[in-house]
Design a protein around this ligand. Structure first.
Ligand SMILES: Cc1ncc(COP(=O)(O)O)c(C=O)c1O
Length: 366
């Protein structure tokens, strides 16, 4: 048997008649930029997340960058985040003019260690970007309490967390703003690039709308300089088709994760991402932790089980951030995790047979 890491083909084959209709209508009506499908998707996605607004943009990176700028982050500011995330989180901070400041993570949840945030706050700190890693929300109540006390903005990086909840609240609804990615493999993925900002702040929404469209309030009237960062109409139409299924897909992911956890319980040397009782993980990724990870990954590959690493090198040790002068040992929890994490196959259509095969293969490989 072979188990792919992700299987979008099965999902797309099932949805193809609806997707084809979206593409056909857009092409025949020559309606590619803005218009009804973007507006309707924005309304539906805001309703899904429980926010007053959603603003469709070109990618999750655009969403983070525009949200930060719209929340007032600018040159000279510092923004707190984690080193164990995709580089887009810190790219967006830098591109908004600010400097990323890292805080280490909790070894069980892999999310920001809230107890260590305050020691990194300086007079320059403007915002915190908690990353809801692998689909599980960071401890938002405690983060929001610190932000309130210290006068900081909170922009959730929800790029992996569509459909996750925190104490019953949807990911993307708790901070001043949040960023989602619709990269194809995400819980809600386009057939190309896409992203969205969610917020209930009218000013942040209006500013984000300008930033995505060259700073325009109406055509050729530019209040500020912005970007070409719009969500295109075909992608919005396809996202509308998929959004209807997102709740069901998240349930399937959670069911798959529950079976993995059940079968892996008691397997010596393996632990899974801790899910506190206040979190409902949307399981964009199912990540185990194991010593000797590289050997296990190679053996699994030999048995037909595809796996991946999210992420093999923490950001403070990447060449791109050498100028920060950080080194090995500065964020030991993130560094240890990077050496031990392994993402197993996870997608809604994964079968029980496939999950059992993955776990049997792990046991054999160990
Ligand atoms: C945590 C995180 N932040 C930001 C992004 C950026 O999203 P995009 O690739 O749509 O720009 C991603 C996407 O992989 C991500 O996983």
């Amino acid at each position: 048997m072979s188990v792919p890491f992700l299987d979008l083909k099965t999902q797309h084959a099932e949805l193809y008649p609806e997707i084809e209709k979206v593409v056909r209508e857009a092409v025949l009506n020559a309606a590619f930029i803005g218009g009804a499908s973007v507006n309707e998707f924005e309304k539906e996605f805001a309703a899904f997340c429980g926010t007053a607004h959603s603003v469709g943009v070109g990618s999750g990176t655009d969403a983070l960058r525009f949200a930060l700028t719209a929340c007032g982050v600018k040159s000279g500011d510092e923004v707190i985040t984690v080193p164990n995330t995709f580089i887009a989180t810190t790219e967006a901070i830098t591109q908004a003019g600010a400097a990323p400041v890292f805080v280490d993570i909790d070894p069980g949840t892999f999310n920001i260690d809230v107890d260590r945030i305050e020691e990194k706050i300086t007079p320059k700190t403007k915002a915190i970007v908690p990353v809801h890693l692998y689909g599980q929300c960071a401890d938002m109540d405690r983060i929001l309490a610190i932000a309130k006390r210290r006068g900081l903005k909170v922009v959730e990086d929800a790029c992996q967390a569509h459909g996750a909840t925190y104490r019953g609240k949807m990911a993307g609804s708790m901070g001043d703003a949040a960023a989602f990615s619709f990269y194809p493999g995400k819980n809600l993925g386009a057939c190309g690039e896409g992203g969205a900002i969610t917020t209930s702040d009218d000013g942040v929404a209006a500013h984000s709308r300008m930033l995505r469209d060259h700073g325009q309030i109406k055509k050729y009237y530019h209040s500020i300089e912005g970007y070409n960062g719009r969500l295109d109409a075909i992608q919005a139409g396809i996202l509308r088709v998929k959004l209807k299924r997102l709740g069901g897909w998240v349930k399937s992911r959670r069911k798959n994760a529950a079976l993995y956890k059940d079968l892996l319980a008691g397997v010596e040397g393996i632990s899974v991402q801790h899910e506190p009782d206040w979190a409902e993980n949307a399981y964009h990724l199912f990540v185990i932790r194991v010593k000797g990870r590289d050997v296990l990954q190679e053996r699994l590959s030999g048995m037909g089980v595809a796996t991946a690493l999210h992420y093999p090198v923490p950001l403070h040790l990447q060449d791109a951030y050498r100028h920060m002068g950080l080194r090995k040992g500065d964020f030991p929890v993130s560094e240890a995790a990077a050496e031990e994490i392994l993402s197993l196959p996870m997608f809604p259509e994964l079968t029980e047979e496939q999950i059992r095969y993955v776990v049997e293969s792990i046991k054999k490989a160990l």
